[in-house]
Design a protein around this ligand. Structure first.
Ligand code: CP3
Length: 353
């Protein structure tokens, strides 16, 4: 079966089913998009990869538009997530960044006041202009039913990469700074709160209809630190965005936050709580307000594996959240080895009610 055989996203009369859901209304069947839906599992993505390195792809509007649109063309996803990266922010402030094949991101680590002083927060709006341009082209070109999603990393997760100098299993250097030089770590977080809020606000002005905060690593923290470095900075960003763009919903993704996700949902003011794979959707649903949209949470491994087990699990998640606003998604990004036809099967299963 080709992707062209699929029915249009809405069986409801709602213009943008995803946006409507994020605003707290139930849509049935639920809208669907996937984290990292643009990526190396798609042959058309790999073809573009040969043309430019990752940062160039992010910062060249024509390329970023094409990469954002590829999964929409193929699967008619309800949401189009901007093709970019959470590490663009420290990079535009002046921190060196390279994506090394087989290793991931490599940054010149920030370990002292002097390192931090080298960053220039006043460059963010100007330097992210190509990203804003990408969004304004997308806002014009995407189908009317598709919701355009902007995003950023949460201050804690971006700080992890900035201090560590790259990916890590435990971000030990970062957490050491957090404990040994809390004022310096807090300064990094505060810088990221201000610049993330400004950058997301610019994304919205350029055409993003919702924004998502990716907090991939907050789950490393004990409750007190989670409150201080995850919940409070997120609350400040949401407060800023609410004041500037009252009707634009914010999605928060406190990955591996465990039971702290409930407090996160309550205190940050996000409209939607994105769930990781380990969270039981019906359990968390009973612990958060009924108007709060939930997003998630299929295991990317089940998507990669495919077949009847995929259909069964996708249907189970969809049906278990019926009766409240729910955006179907994964609990983390699409894995590189995922067969593209499995994504088609997933979208079809979720829409086929
Ligand atoms: O979801 C989407 O399709 C939109 C684009 C997007 C990317 N990264 C593109 C990307 C988004 C939303 C991100 C978020 C991101 N980036 C996170 C948070 C979510 C998560 O996965 O936990 C994090 C931690 C990063 C940092 C990052 N970027 C890492 C660790 C890597 C290396 C891993 C890898 O796959 O090589 C990246 C690179 C990256 N970001 C790629 C893409 C498509 C792969 C680059 C390539 O194609 O060469």
């Amino acid at each position: 079966m080709t992707s062209n055989n699929f029915s249009s996203p809405q069986k409801t009369s709602v213009k943008k089913p995803l946006l409507h859901t994020l605003q707290g209304h139930e849509v049935w069947p639920p809208p669907i998009w996937l984290m990292r839906q643009a990526g190396r599992y798609l042959p058309e993505f790999r073809a573009m990869r040969a043309k430019a390195d990752f940062l160039t792809r992010c910062m060249t509007p024509d390329i970023a538009v094409e990469l954002t649109v590829q999964p929409i063309r193929r699967y008619k996803m309800d949401g189009a997530i901007l093709f970019s990266d959470i590490l663009i922010l420290p990079w535009v402030m002046g921190q060196s960044l390279a994506f090394v094949e087989g290793k991931g991101p490599v940054l010149e680590p920030i370990r002292s006041e002097a390192d931090l002083k080298l960053l220039d927060k006043n460059r963010v709006l100007e330097a992210t202009r190509p990203v804003q341009q990408t969004l304004s082209i997308l806002a014009k070109e995407l189908p009317d039913v598709t919701t355009l999603i902007g995003f950023a990393g949460s201050p804690f997760t971006v700080a992890c990469y900035m201090v560590e100098g790259g990916g890590s299993r435990d971000f030990a250097q970062t957490r050491k700074m957090m404990l040994q030089n809390t004022p310096l770590f807090q300064k990094i977080i505060d810088l990221l709160v201000t610049t993330t809020a400004q950058m997301l606000s610019a994304q919205i002005r350029a055409g993003a209809q919702t924004v998502m905060l990716f907090d991939s690593w907050g789950g490393l923290l004990p409750p007190q630190e989670f409150r201080q470095f995850v919940i409070e900075p997120t609350r400040q960003i949401v407060e800023f965005l609410r004041a500037e763009h009252p009707s634009v919903p914010v999605i928060g993704f406190p990955r591996l936050g465990g039971v702290m996700a409930v407090e996160y949902a309550e205190k940050t003011g996000v409209n939607t709580l994105a769930l990781d794979t380990v969270t039981d959707p019906t359990k968390i649903a009973s612990m958060v307000p009924s108007k709060l949209a939930l997003q998630g949470n299929l295991d990317p491994m089940i998507l990669l594996n495919g077949g009847d087990a995929l259909v069964k699990e996708a249907t189970r998640i969809r049906d278990s959240l019926r009766g409240r606003p729910h955006v179907f998604n994964l609990g983390h990004g699409v894995m590189q080895q995922t067969p593209p036809e499995n994504v088609a099967l997933l979208v079809d299963s979720v829409r086929n009610v």
